[in-house]
Design a protein around this ligand. Structure first.
Ligand SMILES: [Fe+2]
Length: 403
């Protein structure tokens, strides 16, 4: 009887969202959170954040809580598989029982990978990548859940990685950026503190801030976006449109720092609520894998081309985003309002001194690279969620238009 009532409606899965400590001085809770999670010795995973004093400050807080620590500070942007394995080796050799990841997505995602590797017999991280084919649900079923805790301390306002259940890493042999996941991979606690994010250099603030906007926009226009994330994403877009310029050029603005911190986590939460990402992240990942360009910057560079490609399928959604960015669209058709979105993004990019497109001049991408980029993208989650169905020739043409 019940079976007959099942309609063609997809079952929506949400990912677990960690406990979040957000606010000025939230970093001071890190030691207590380590203790509460049962850590006796934490591995601090970071890029180093040299010159900011952040790591020294956090070491003091952890020490004060009576938790011992070791540090791995050699993570780079687009974290490489060999860096992750080196961090895992140190984790085991120094007998740590928890991770404190401090930084942007690279450090936080490395922490997640260490825990996935640890839960699954110490195998190489590339064994835990999830694709569309073979189906990721089958891959995940074979994996054991993460058991060691992770405190993720965001020092950028963009990645959202502190609240997501994926890690984006570079498979250096395959020259591909891939996703790693696993049961219970989400952070135990996410610490989001504007005191830390205001210490970013200007370019990183602009690029990671644009990554947060890319999450808000892409998650909103994906075909899997649903009611859970709708309001979150519009609000995140509004916060970023109102504050990213100020945040980039004046990180002493308390309001801009706070709003960007909120927007960053809201984008990550929405992605975890089933909204996912799309072609901008999907193609951007693979351009980063080839050229090691910054994740947020490449999303900014690809945004106009990616959504022009999607535009016929997302007119109403782009119109809603235009309104969220503060444009009065009264009297416009939805198509005209959607067109305004491109003007708003173009202006924002100019204000942030980011050049759209020009992939060859800016990053050295060549026409011969496009086939590899599109083929890897075709097996990425982002291609499944994108508003327009995957089409090889159209993707090649899109990249050519941005070359
Ligand atoms: Fe991103």
């Amino acid at each position: 009887m019940i079976n007959k009532q099942i309609h063609e409606f997809p079952i929506i899965y949400t990912n677990p969202i960690p406990k979040i400590a957000l606010g000025w001085g939230a970093y001071q809770t890190i030691g207590d959170e380590c203790k509460a999670a049962g850590m006796k010795k934490a591995l601090i995973v970071t890029t180093g954040l040299k010159g900011t004093g952040i790591i020294e400050e956090i070491k003091g807080v952890i020490n004060h809580a009576g938790v011992a620590m070791e540090i791995y500070d050699k993570i780079s942007s687009n974290p490489k598989d060999h860096e992750i394995m080196a961090a895992y080796k140190l984790f085991k050799e120094s007998q740590c029982d928890g991770v404190v990841a401090v930084g942007g997505g690279s450090s936080i995602d490395t922490g997640k990978c260490i825990r996935v590797i640890d839960a699954n017999g110490g195998q190489h991280v590339n064994n835990f990548t999830v694709f569309l084919d073979p189906p990721f649900a089958e891959t995940l079923k074979k994996m054991k859940p993460c058991t060691i805790p992770q405190i993720s301390v965001a020092t950028t306002s963009g990645t959202g990685a502190e609240v997501t259940s994926w890690a984006a890493i570079s498979n250096t042999k395959a020259k591909a950026k891939v996703l790693v996941s696993g049961p219970n991979v989400q952070s135990t606690v996410a610490v989001v503190d504007p005191l830390l994010s205001r210490l970013q250099p200007r370019d990183i603030a602009a690029w990671t801030g644009f990554d947060a906007l890319a999450h808000a926009i892409e998650a909103f226009v994906t075909k899997v976006q649903g009611p859970y994330s709708y309001g979150l994403l519009l609000r995140a877009t509004e916060f970023i449109a109102q504050n990213l310029r100020e945040f980039t050029y004046n990180r002493m603005s308390n309001t801009a720092c706070e709003r960007m911190a909120w927007a960053s986590t809201m984008g990550g939460i929405a992605i975890g609520f089933g909204a996912g990402a799309g072609i901008v992240h999907g193609l951007g990942h693979q351009i980063s894998a080839l050229t090691d360009c910054h994740h947020g910057r490449i999303n900014a560079v690809m945004m106009l081309a990616g959504e022009r490609y999607n535009q016929p399928a997302i007119t109403e959604k782009l119109a809603a985003l235009t309104r969220a960015m503060g444009v009065d669209t009264t009297g416009m058709t939805e198509w005209e309002a959607a067109d305004c979105w491109f003007d708003e993004i173009e202006q924002l990019l100019e204000d942030l001194e980011i050049t759209p497109g020009q992939l060859n001049q800016q990053f050295g991408v060549e026409e011969k690279d496009l086939d590899h980029i599109v083929k890897v993208y075709s097996n990425d989650f982002c291609s499944q969620g994108n508003a327009k169905e995957f089409n090889y020739d159209e993707c090649i043409n899109l990249l050519k238009s941005a070359l």
